[in-house]
Design a protein around this ligand. Sequence first.
Ligand SMILES: NC(=O)c1ccc[n+]([C@@H]2O[C@H](COP(=O)([O-])OP(=O)(O)OC[C@H]3O[C@@H](n4cnc5c(N)ncnc54)[C@H](OP(=O)(O)O)[C@@H]3O)[C@@H](O)[C@H]2O)c1
Length: 342
Amino acid sequence: MKRIGIVGGTGYTGAELIRLALTHGEFEVACVTSRGDAGTPVTKVWPSFAGFLDLDFTEPDPGRLAECDLVFFATPNGTAMTAAPELLARGVRIIDLSADFRLKSIPSWEHWYGMKHASPALVAEAVYGLPELNREAITGARLVANPGCYPTATTLGLIPLLEAGIVEPRTLIADAKSGVSGAGRKASLAHLYGEVAENFHAYAVDGHRHYPEIVQTLNAVSAEATDITFVPHLLPMFRGIHVTLYARLRERVADLQALYGARYDGHPFVRIEEANSHPDTRAVYGTNLCRISVHQVNENQLVVLSVIDNLTKGAAGQAVQNANLMFGFPETQGLTAPPMAP
Ligand SMILES: NC(=O)c1ccc[n+]([C@@H]2O[C@H](COP(=O)([O-])OP(=O)(O)OC[C@H]3O[C@@H](n4cnc5c(N)ncnc54)[C@H](OP(=O)(O)O)[C@@H]3O)[C@@H](O)[C@H]2O)c1
């Protein structure tokens, strides 16, 4: 059994980490933190865990966290980068669900996140935790930067095309939609039920923080520089991301299904759906799955649909997948339950 700590246990991704850890089989939830609810039973904030977990929230005290084998940071940007050096020095492995270690360019990170990076020396060491791209490096890592939710759905949908070099790499489009849990649990007027229900809109069209992260990954797999128009939208539902991707084909491809199937062969969480199908978010609800379908709509135009659960493959599930790789457990350990549907 590995002792795990969760910093930020009153948030949505923290709760999803607890939920997955409770049935994992190799994880003991040793420490769950909250500054606002320290001393309160976890089940007071999350009654759904009553009978499954008997633990109080604690302050994010480094001494206590250092007793864990691995600590997940399910915290806002800027938190993990200040705590990581001490924990790593004490032999604790870290998976950060925030963006602190995702971008390799420090100036770019400081531009997009509007603060000075507290641990620039650790950025080079951090492994970007997309197992479908970096499985081997994750296996030996002590610091993993868990990808963002939109970047996970977007890049998984485009990687096969860019690796094969068969699409125009600078005219890509990602029309992305997320449920409100993507914004976290902190109170915000824009995310009140009364504002979200029966409503639908785009946001951050002029620039979203996930844009540089997406381009960084696409450039890593493409022989030529890439660019993408990324437009996120807020959906009136709780969980789920649906990304519609547009790419211009440079050459005819005999069998796109085979291309995608071969690329993700051996990657248990990426499912290539039947040609011309329309995966829905319910088909991934509460799971670590990414379902992808590929459509060639005319001579040159490809449309790729990619759906994930933002809290699971987009955050906590992918973090557990990474932890499995880091500890040498089967990659799917604790992540095999089918979607909760209908
Ligand atoms: N929601 C998603 O779908 C999603 C997907 C991918 C990645 N992420 C990323 O994952 C991280 C967590 O997201 P979330 O949606 O779970 O956030 P959230 O619901 O807002 O929860 C944040 C948690 O962090 C704790 N916290 C806040 N400031 C802290 C600090 N300075 N030190 C220690 N703990 C602190 C909060 O509890 P206390 O204030 O009581 O300590 C709370 O438990 C974010 O960086 C987010 O961008 C989220």
